[in-house]
Unconditional design. Structure first.
Lengths: 248, 248
DNA sequence: CTATATTGTGTAAAATTTACACATTGGCGG
DNA sequence: CCGCCAATGTGTAAATTTTACACAATATAG
């Protein structure tokens, strides 16, 4: 946000139409693009993110997101999906682009722009594949010593998630298909970092009318077991509210 | 979202640390990145977007967003800001990254990834600079015949704006510093595509208590002039609500 | 000075949100 | 088997917010 280049844009030099687009594109400066995945999971009432150890000497010992280069003819979404597949068993996948990070010196090896994707999955349902580089679920609080600008990327995705679970049924991607209301509330409390009134929380979700009572109960809890529910994604898609309202 | 590559990631081939990051990055496939600006304005109760004619022969006659290549050592935000500066007088600028578009064949000249930025400005306060390529404010309804994937980009930014003005005081960037409540309501109605109750709309904004009565009135209206207000951005920053609530 | 178009204002009903307490149930230990 | 524990499950009253709706005041244009 500093200097203003005075050089006119290439396409302003000549008002005639450019015939050779290929040549034009070839003249542009090029840089590698990567897709980094911020893969969130939820376990023991804690939000986790999937990390590995960086294998760059500059970042020895630091944690890094899962990422890979975007291939020459590969869509960005596809690249992110590929990263996800390579590392996790994948069913019930959620994947969404969040933001692109392109600060020139973010990579010590030269200019690399990265597109950050967010994925939410149920830790139980996904078997981690390649366990190299100490791949593991890392607690989201407690993130320090990250490679590159990955702290900023995770922060951004975390904020995105906090906002997302309030406006969309994203959280259900982090839970087993059948869950108790307590598990659901724990998830909201952990991610939003606040505590909610249990009765009002239940009232809210029941009033939405997207929870299906599966007529089963929790097992192996040292107290009265809670009822289990599924989220009715189909009904949600049909009935979700369109207009929310002005509020800031 | 189809095949899973079986080739391991480069950095998994060897668990030793990579010493020469520069060499690693140099080995990556590279591609040009552009910044495209979706610059919204508001005039005559209509949302407008700043467009030029494409100068690629493939897109002869089609409309195109303002964009330019991201230079080798230039931040993405800086590139977008540069595009904005080159084309508009710039005070009171709003600029935010919205989404990155990278479908491999989106540019006929080869692989080009573009980062879309959204900007909101008051048409009256900004003198358009270079008027080449039929630079003009184009009505947002009525967008057809756009070059590249620019229709999709504008759509995405439009949705982003619709959401944004409901949650943040973005709309004020589209209005003069002093505005009447009718102008404000017109803006909301035009962008959201619905009509709102005038009394409730006023009540809502007065209740927020971010409008400063500047004790002036509209001029040159063929009826009783309305009072003018400014938006108190400072007060907003201090008092804006943090926790909205679960609602979907 | 009259017609017109738009500003400016209030209230009652409905809906939503909040705060809050107690009986129920199953597991567990003795 | 009995009693304790820890969590589930439930309702209501008050406060707040949202909605629907109508009429007087005022500047301009003719």
């Amino acid at each position: 946000m500093e200097t203003i280049s005075t050089a006119p844009l290439v396409r302003d030099r000549n008002s005639d139409l450019i015939k050779d687009a290929t040549n034009l594109v070839a003249s542009y400066p090029a840089m590698p693009i990567t897709a980094d995945c911020v893969i969130f999971g939820f376990e023991e009432n804690q939000l986790k993110v999937l990390l590995i150890r960086s294998d760059l000497e500059e970042f020895a010992g630091k944690w890094s997101l899962l990422g890979d280069i975007v291939y020459k003819d590969e869509d960005l979404d596809t690249a992110a999906y590929r990263v996800l597949c390579q590392r996790t068993g994948m069913d019930n996948v959620f994947l969404e682009q969040v933001k692109t990070f392109g600060f020139p010196s973010r990579h010590p090896g030269g200019r690399v722009v990265t597109v950050a994707y967010c994925s939410l999955l149920n830790i139980q349902h996904h078997q981690l594949k390649i366990l190299d580089n100490e791949l593991h679920w890392h607690n989201v609080d407690n993130l320090t010593d990250m490679a590159f600008d990955h702290t900023a990327i995770v922060d951004e995705c975390y904020r995105w998630l906090q906002k997302g679970i309030q406006e969309h049924p994203l959280g259900f991607n982090l839970l087993p298909e059948k869950f108790s209301l307590r598990e659901l509330q724990n998830l909201y409390e952990a991610i939003l970092g606040l505590s909610l009134d249990r009765r009002n929380f239940r009232k809210k979700f029941f009033a939405m009318d997207f929870l299906i009572d599966v007529d089963e109960y929790e097992h192996n809890v040292p107290h009265r077991p809670g009822k289990l529910y599924r989220f009715d994604f189909d009904k949600y898609e049909k009935n979700k509210r369109k207009w929310i309202g002005i509020d800031f």
